[in-house]
Design a protein around this ligand. Structure first.
Ligand code: IPM
Ligand code: SF4
Length: 410
């Protein structure tokens, strides 16, 4: 799939391990990375970006601004966006970049979508080649619409079998990362196959593709199907042409995941591939529960949390942050927000929240957070904190007890 997407984007046939100059279909930078990208773009001495309509800028990392410095940076970027006439600007409260782009139809099958954020691999859930680059690489795209790439080799991950009750997309994802390892897919694309994957909702597929970078992957691609096309109906911003792997496509490695016998998974501090079954760590005391992020802040995730918390009270502070404004509106309309608030959870502005330790729920020395995010690196949510990564079901079950809890036992 990657060879086909890069061949189209490069205007010539390219194969794995070849270097190519490719035309980027959509380019994303958020409040965190656009600052450096714009600085570097200005240094090139150019006046205008290559194509304002193909640039998307959501503000999500430190929103609403947490300090005066952030407010000033936001201000400068807003000015630049207006100067450049970039129409796809999503200001404070619209949501996390990796939710905002798909919701607004920028992630489409067969497209090359590049973001100045490592979790841009999320767009692979729609059959796109979505990948992250640094801010200065992004400035090259702003200038020319092009960037050089090495076409990656591909690993094939097949997950089969029907998931058990309260075993979710996140558990499949953590199992994949634990199996492949944090560096197991470095500079490779992953393609996901099998009935466990096709059974996932678009939301669940986004959870899976989102974490491809946590095994080093350049991309994590789910072949598009009826669900994908249904999601994109009336949403895709332009025509698209899906690509699929050939029957005899070559993979550099293959992995099998047993979905039918999968238990709820958790990644222990401080590495994402430090994965085990939830029962192994059940009973670990937690100080905070965080449900949100580009990995698990979608409606389906909040719904799962609300199912656990309905009519109950949380035992520890619980922060819930919808991934986008439209998810928050939906959660208010259908009563999920009320259920969560009545249970004692805190609801905050759509955005990254405390995911990378900026604000809105950083943790203190020795504190433990169970989070639905994608990274548990040392110090990420606070210098002396410990992060366990889990599904929204495991996180919500743990909110009820104040300790890591198997969601099948609540
Ligand atoms: C701030 C940004 C560059 C970073 C990333 O690229 O992933 C952030 O989103 C993260 O999750 O750590
Ligand atoms: S929610 Fe977390 S992982 Fe996702 S883009 Fe924001 S900081 Fe990065």
């Amino acid at each position: 799939m990657s060879e086909k997407i890069f061949s189209r984007a490069s205007g010539k046939e390219v194969k794995a391990n070849e270097f190519t100059m490719a035309n980027v279909d959509y380019a994303m930078a958020h409040d965190g990375t656009s600052v450096l990208a714009v600085r570097s773009f200005k240094k090139m001495g150019l006046d205008k970006v290559w194509d304002p309509k193909r640039i998307v800028i959501p503000f999500d990392h430190l929103t609403p601004a947490n300090t005066e410095t952030t407010a000033d940076l936001h201000h400068d970027i807003r000015e630049w966006i207006a100067e450049q006439g970039i129409p796809n600007f999503f200001d404070v409260g619209e949501g996390i970049c990796h939710q905002v782009l798909p919701e607004n139809g920028f992630a489409m099958p067969g497209k090359l979508v590049v973001g100045a954020d490592s979790h841009s691999c999320t767009y692979g859930a729609f059959g796109a080649f979505g990948t992250g680059v640094g801010a200065t690489d992004m400035s090259e795209i702003f200038a020319s619409g092009k960037l050089w790439f090495k076409v990656p080799e591909t690993i094939k991950v097949t997950a089969s079998g029907k998931l058990g009750k309260n075993v979710l997309a996140k558990d499949v994802t953590l199992k994949v990362i634990g199996t492949v390892g944090a560096a197991g897919a470095t500079y490779k694309a992953a393609e996901f196959y099998g009935d466990t994957i096709t059974d996932l909702s678009m939301s669940g597929r986004m959870t899976l593709s989102n974490m491809a970078i946590e095994m080093g992957g350049k991309a994590g691609i789910v072949p598009p199907d009826k669900k994908t096309f249904e999601f994109l109906k009336g949403r895709a911003v332009e025509d698209y042409e899906p690509v699929y792997a050939d029957e005899d496509a070559e993979y550099c490695a293959e992995y099998e995941i047993d979905g039918a016998n999968l238990e709820p998974q958790v990644a222990r501090p401080h590495q994402v591939d430090n994965v085990c079954d939830v029962p192994e760590v059940a009973g670990t005391k937690v100080d905070q529960v965080f449900i949100g992020t580009c990995t698990n802040g979608r409606l389906e995730d909040l719904e799962v949390a609300a199912d656990f918390l309905k009519g109950e009270k949380v035992a520890v502070r619980t922060i819930v942050i919808p991934a986008s404004r439209s998810i928050m509106i939906e959660a208010i309309r259908n009563g999920i927000a009320e259920t969560l608030l009545e249970a004692g959870a805190t609801l905050a502005t759509p955005g990254c929240g405390p995911c990378l330790g900026g604000h809105m729920g950083v943790i203190g020395e020795g504190e433990v957070c169970i989070s639905t995010a994608n990274r548990n690196f040392r110090g990420r949510m606070g210098t002396g904190g410990q992060i366990y990564l889990a599904s929204p079901a495991t996180a919500a079950a743990s909110a009820l007890t104040g300790e890591i809890t198997d969601p099948r036992e609540v």
